[in-house]
Design a protein around this ligand. Structure first.
Ligand code: NAG
Ligand code: NAG
Ligand code: NAG
Ligand code: NAG
Ligand code: NAG
Ligand code: NAG
Ligand code: NAG
Ligand code: NAG
Length: 667
């Protein structure tokens, strides 16, 4: 039923309610409600209207445009394709349901390297949104290795007073600050850290409702439960009080990287589709000869509501499209124009039946690159990724539209240490693959105690998920600039935690620093080194003679939500930096165990970029129970004193770790 015409010449053809036109300067696609026009000289949409309302504002430099493609992927770094030698294609057709659609493709070969960068925009009749795909291809046999793909993203970057609010998800939203330094606004604000500002205007609704500080990271999110994010216009700025929404719907996630724990920026005044970045320690793929990946589809949904429509109502309208099954037939119809897109005929269903450990909460099943940690799902650039919640009572889980191939299955759950993996899960096109497995929780004997919740985050500790009591929107505290929480004030005697008596939400900080304050801390510009009360944390616990009887081996497990070594967000080893690899020590009743060396390529810039969950790592310290005694025992969790690294950007120099959960077992 596919009927499509590729216009190689400038042309204009009218369908019932959908037009696609091209002239010497622009390509335009519109239906009776949405109008989008690409300027050929910049490779970007620079005119976008919904029911006649301008959603972008006037173009000025890189504002007033989008969605457009942008990367950090050429040898010198940043590049915005479409400005050197773009080639355009106008597409039009009807899909299997006889619905008319139109599309624009921008393709550019970067002359110095031969990299191909492409952006696809599709509009369907009856919809008020744009389906986007973005592609990078590199075929160069003389230079096999180009660089890492450090950033790949699309931006919707308005230059209009229309937009009034930011929305990350159902609980994280706020008025846009005015001026907005993250979107290039000029005015009265103080830079306190890289891309982090203190806003002095006490009358700014953002300051009143959300925080004195604004950072693009405040509005980031983790992919697992993320569906849509956007900008909202609450009616106060539109001519007739109508509301508007600009939403990015992550209707498919299989072409992103890093699995469900990938986290990134979503909106800060600019509305992003962050396809790849190393933020929060996310892995980035290498661009090597043969790299060819098309990311998407993502759906940019624009909506209009009558005066009084709430942000949440506008968000929920976008949410209805957040499913990989939505519009699958349409995507099949256009697949012939989108290299690498895997149509339904190349996909199957995966069904799991997982016997879970008792008390497993919020269990998840993940399919990623075979034989690799799901967080490293960037090594094989052909690998796709999927995840779904497992029904905790039955253990059933199902994932539709899985690209045919072999996967690693990973299962984890809240309250359970460790995780389950099984390789060689094969999904065949047009078939349902079933997997029946049992996950037996790891155990190293009798559990003497545990601290925190194994949930891959440090959110349960002080200043993590706790809601800020001082602002009406009560943001989760970790989302705010870290220096707002002064460690030496909160912990005047350092961390002294007594198992069974202390409270994790009060008596353990969400970050274990080596040194606090100094560079990039505007509240405490002089470093506080302390005398071991910063870098050394003490955990005290009681045991009895009976606990220790017939036990010879003690296993102390540390799961980290994130760790920052001198490598920061990069995977680069710097030989001149003493803490590229970070030694972490546990001292049992005065006896230091062999240090755990946290490797540079497991480093994340996490808490300082407003996160409690980055690249997860874990270690088991195994020691002789002879080091323990009946009565009170102590464990000192020790980072090197005053351990810092050189930072090229305005970021704190201290290394640090963020705990997920700890436990001591005896056998
Ligand atoms: C498409 O173009 C035709 C001819 O210019 C015009 O009559 C029609 O209104 C247009 N339709 C839309 C949806 O813009
Ligand atoms: C391959 O890469 C090298 C180095 O970047 C460049 O000089 C050469 O022109 C590229 N080859 C092609 C075919 O683009
Ligand atoms: C949206 O922003 C406006 C203008 O700053 C503010 O009055 C309103 O409270 C915000 N709404 C939400 C839901 O944050
Ligand atoms: C402070 O914010 C209010 C409310 O947005 C605004 O009217 C006022 O102009 C701002 N003041 C300055 C100095 O920017
Ligand atoms: C990228 O290439 C570098 C250098 O060969 C290698 O060390 C690194 O592991 C590669 N990373 C990935 C994700 O493939
Ligand atoms: C911290 O703990 C380690 C290990 O017990 C110890 O060597 C060090 O002296 C302590 N104090 C400081 C300031 O690092
Ligand atoms: C390595 O660290 C030193 C400072 O210790 C810094 O001057 C240098 O730029 C770093 N090298 C790289 C490649 O980042
Ligand atoms: C901490 O380290 C910095 C340099 O890394 C040094 O200048 C400072 O004197 C050190 N402070 C203490 C108390 O050791």
């Amino acid at each position: 039923m596919l009927r499509a015409i590729v216009f190689l010449e400038w042309a204009a053809i009218a369908w019932a309610a959908l037009n696609a036109t091209e002239d010497s300067t622009r390509l335009t696609i519109n239906n009776d409600r949405l109008f989008a026009s690409v300027d050929k000289s910049i490779g970007a949409i620079d005119r976008l209207t919904l029911d006649g309302q301008d959603l972008l504002g006037a173009r000025s430099g890189n504002t007033g445009i989008g969605p457009y493609l942008d990367c950090y992927c050429v040898p010198s770094g940043a590049y915005t394709p479409g400005r050197i030698d773009p080639v355009y294609t106008l597409l039009q057709g009807t899909d299997a349901s006889k619905t008319a659609w139109a599309g624009v493709v921008m393709s550019e070969t970067y002359p110095a390297t031969g990299q191909v960068l492409e952006q696809y925009w599709f509009l369907r009749d009856g919809e008020t949104g744009i389906h986007t795909f973005s592609r990078l291809a590199y075929h160069n046999s003389t230079t096999q290795f180009l660089r890492n793909l450090q950033e790949f993203r699309t931006l919707f970057r308005p230059n209009t007073k229309l937009w009034t609010n930011l929305s990350t998800n159902a609980i994280q939203y706020a008025p846009l600050p005015n001026p907005n330094p993250a979107a290039g606004g000029k005015g009265d604000f103080v830079t306190v850290q890289d891309a982090t500002w203190y806003l002095p205007n006490r009358s700014d609704p953002y300051v009143i409702q959300e925080s004195d500080y604004f950072t693009k990271y405040t509005f980031s999110d983790i992919w697992r439960d993320h569906r849509v994010h956007g900008l909202f216009a609450d009616g106060s700025t539109s001519p007739d009080g109508s509301t508007y929404g600009a939403w990015v719907v992550m209707n498919t996630v299989d072409t992103y990287f890093g699995g469900p724990k990938n986290s990134d920026l979503v909106v800060d005044g600019i509305l992003y589709n962050y396809i790849v970045s190393n933020h929060h320690g996310n892995g980035t793929p290498n661009i090597t000869n043969g790299f060819d990946r098309t990311f998407g589809p993502a759906y940019h949904h624009f909506n209009k509501g009558p005066a009084g429509t709430t942000l949440e109502e506008s968000r929920e309208d976008a949410l209805q499209y957040a499913s990989p099954e939505w519009n699958a037939e349409f995507y099949d119809s256009i697949a012939v124009y989108v290299p690498n897109y895997v149509p339904t005929s190349g996909r199957g269903t995966w069904k799991g039946s997982i016997r879970l450990p008792r008390d497993a909460k919020k269990p998840i099943a993940i399919l990623t690159q075979n034989k690799a940690d799901f967080q490293d799902n960037v090594i094989d650039t052909k690998a796709y990724q999927y995840w779904a919640d497992i029904d905790p009572s039955s253990g059933a889980v199902q994932i539709p539209r899985v690209k045919a191939g072999a996967y690693r299955l990973t299962v984890y759950a809240e309250d359970i240490f460790g995780h389950f993996t099984q390789d060689n899960i094969v999904v065949k096109a047009g078939k349902t693959a079933s997997t029946k497995v049992q996950w037996k929780a790891e155990s190293a004997g009798t559990e003497l105690f545990r601290i925190g919740t194994p949930d891959r985050s440090s959110g349960e500790y002080r200043h993590g998920y706790e809601r800020d009591p001082t602002h009406p929107l009560h943001p989760e505290e970790y989302r705010i600039y870290w220096a707002a929480y002064d460690y030496p004030t909160d912990f005047p005697n350092g961390v002294q935690f007594k198992v069974g008596e202390s409270d994790v939400a009060k008596d353990l900080n969400y970050v274990h620093w080596s040194v606090f304050g100094g560079y990039a801390n505007s509240v405490r510009p002089e470093p506080y080194y302390g005398n071991g009360d910063v870098n050394n944390w003490t955990i005290a616990f009681d045991t009895t003679k009976r606990d220790l009887q017939h036990k010879s081996k003690a296993t102390f497990t540390i799961q980290l939500a994130g760790a920052k070594t001198a490598a920061g967000n990069t995977d680069n080893y710097n030989a001149t930096e003493p803490y590229s690899n970070l030694p972490y020590t546990v001292v049992v009743n005065g006896h230091a165990l062999e240090p755990w060396i946290i490797l540079y390529y497991h480093s994340s810039s996490c808490a300082v970029r407003s996160s409690v969950s980055c690249y997860n790592i874990a270690h088991k310290f195994v020691f002789d129970t002879k080091l323990l005694k009946a009565g009170e025992n102590s464990l000192v969790l020790s980072l090197p004193f005053n351990a810092t690294n050189y930072e090229s950007a305005l970021l704190p120099r201290s290394v640090y770790v963020q705990y997920d959960a700890l436990r001591l077992e005896l056998s």
